[in-house]
Design a binder for this molecule. Structure first.
Ligand SMILES: Nc1nc2c(ncn2[C@@H]2O[C@H](COP(=O)(O)OP(=O)(O)OP(=O)(O)O)[C@@H](O)[C@H]2O)c(=O)[nH]1
Ligand SMILES: [Mg+2]
Length: 463
């Protein structure tokens, strides 16, 4: 994308709707030649010589004397358009041939095919959207659950931008308090209420931390709850995965060591996404392929919100804990499987131990699909992140936002320390400026071309 920055004034075009059979296709053009190109191609049914801003015209797309298709044409005049430039939209019939013929003709008439996300990039550069809104549009398009779409829509409406603007304002207030004292020689610095400035620092740190804490929920809503299924071979992990998704996706056999690789499957429960990973059974083996699978399963623990430890016999809890000691306690849920064989009423010895230790467990039969729904329904709540999943508040949703906010918080904490140590005001204010700089990078006010590349190239073509 970066090498296109200088080319912001050329005219770009793309098909904005998904390819394949469909009733309508939208082809968009943006740039100074949009109207000129449209007038060469589009012949309105009414005798219109010109295209007026935001008026809808019906007519034919004609090239070299041949009608390509009937079309609706809308013109958005700069700066009141999606990108801030002159924009044309053709709504043609859908499918593959018509939209692509129109697109190729537009290219013949002088436009260039847009890079992924290039329309949004132009919107951003022309001040139509900030980076937070661009990110929210990206997560909305990729949303697979209602919760994710709701969270993205909230952020598109500017709720998250407001939160960062609030932090910036607090930072600016603090900076002006400090900078008012920068130009004075040390012995002449006017009296000031040290406590109240300290309070302002603390308030800014607290507000920033509160916003930071929203990321866990934001990530969960956007990416989904990640649940890893672990256990010894043959305990019924793959059967459980199949039972959850109601599909024979994983291979199930009575031979221990059947599953070798990670296998993901996702479901939506109450509008929330949950992604399950089936894994190779944990055992000591000399089989190289199986060992790779076991290592992959272990590596996955860090990326999971919950780990289901499946067992099919009444093992001593100490042995289980030893075997799975690499899993943080808060992530573990014990699954006592094959209860159809043992009977649901029979109490396993391990149950008392689990109750004593306050560890969650559930008795199921993966094969007979008993209590599997109950388990799935409990997961958002058991992840301890379920409570506020439906919350309407603005949440941080990307690593990028977290990275800059974390740096900003470190700067402001440094600044407070320097202030308390009686360091020169220039140094104290430098750190506050660093904080503001990081906030600016989050919203896009401080330019950072690498971020633009990474962010906008994730968009689909035509967006
Ligand atoms: N009776 C009964 N059998 C089950 C249950 N769950 C799984 N099984 C059986 O246990 C055997 C192993 O099941 P899998 O799902 O392949 O076990 P796994 O844990 O994935 O095994 P690996 O991939 O080898 O690690 C199969 O014969 C399943 O039919 C259950 O709830 N009840
Ligand atoms: Mg398996």
């Amino acid at each position: 994308m970066r090498n296109k920055i200088q080319l912001l004034n050329d005219t770009i075009c793309a098909i904005c709707t998904p390819s394949g059979a469909g009733s309508i296709s939208v082809i968009r053009i943006s740039g100074s030649d949009s109207k000129k190109i449209a007038l060469k191609l589009f012949k309105a049914s009414c005798n219109s010589e010109d295209l007026k801003h935001r008026m809808v015209y019906f007519g034919n797309l004609v090239h070299r004397g041949e009608i390509i298709d009937e079309s609706i044409c809308i013109f958005f005049s700069s700066p009141n358009s999606l990108t801030g430039q002159d924009v044309i939209e053709f709504h043609t019939h859908g499918g593959f041939v018509v939209p692509n013929t129109v697109l190729n003709t537009i290219v013949d008439l002088g436009a260039r095919i847009a890079e992924p996300g290039e329309f949004s990039y132009r919107s951003f550069i022309n001040g139509k959207i900030d980076l937070l809104k661009a990110e929210a549009i990206s997560t909305l398009i990729a949303s697979q659950s209602e919760a994710s779409a709701r969270c993205s829509t909230k952020n598109i409406s500017g709720a998250i931008t407001k939160k960062f603007n609030n932090l910036r304002q607090l930072g600016i207030n603090l900076l002006s308090e400090i900078e008012a004292r920068v130009d004075f020689p040390e012995e002449e610095i006017p009296q000031f209420d040290k406590n109240s400035i300290e309070e302002e620092f603390q308030n800014l740190i607290n507000q920033s931390n509160l916003l930071m804490q929203t990321y866990r929920r934001g990530r969960l809503i956007i990416d989904g709850l990640r649940v890893l299924i672990l256990g010894e071979p043959n305990v019924g992990k793959s059967t459980l995965l199949n039972s959850i998704i109601n599909e024979e996706k994983a291979i199930v056999t009575s031979t221990p060591g059947t599953t070798r690789d990670l296998l993901d499957a996702q479901i939506i429960v109450d509008g929330k996404k949950i992604v399950f990973s089936d894994t190779a059974g944990m055992r000591i083996t000399t089989n190289e392929i199986e060992n790779i699978g076991i290592q992959k399963a272990k590596d996955q623990v860090d990326y999971s919100d919950l780990v289901l430890i499946v067992m099919d016999s009444d093992i001593n809890i100490k042995l289980v804990d030893q075997k799975f000691d690499f899993i943080p306690r808060g992530k573990k849920i014990y699954i006592l499987n094959k209860c159809d064989i043992y009977g649901f009423d029979k109490k396993w010895k391990i149950e008392n131990e689990l109750i004593e230790e306050g560890v969650e467990y559930i008795k199921i039969s993966a094969k007979k699909n008993i209590n599997v729904d109950l388990l799935v329904e409990k997961l958002p709540e058991l992840s301890k992140m379920g409570d506020n999943l439906d919350s309407d508040e603005a949440l941080l949703t990307t690593e990028r936002q977290v990275r800059h906010l974390r740096k900003g918080i470190m700067s402001i904490q440094n600044s407070l320390k320097l202030f308390n140590d009686g360091s020169p005001m220039e140094i104290v204010s430098f750190e506050i400026r660093e904080f503001l700089n990081e906030i600016g990078k989050i919203t896009g006010e401080v330019s950072n071309e690498d971020i633009y590349d990474a962010l906008f190239s994730k968009f689909c073509i035509g967006k």
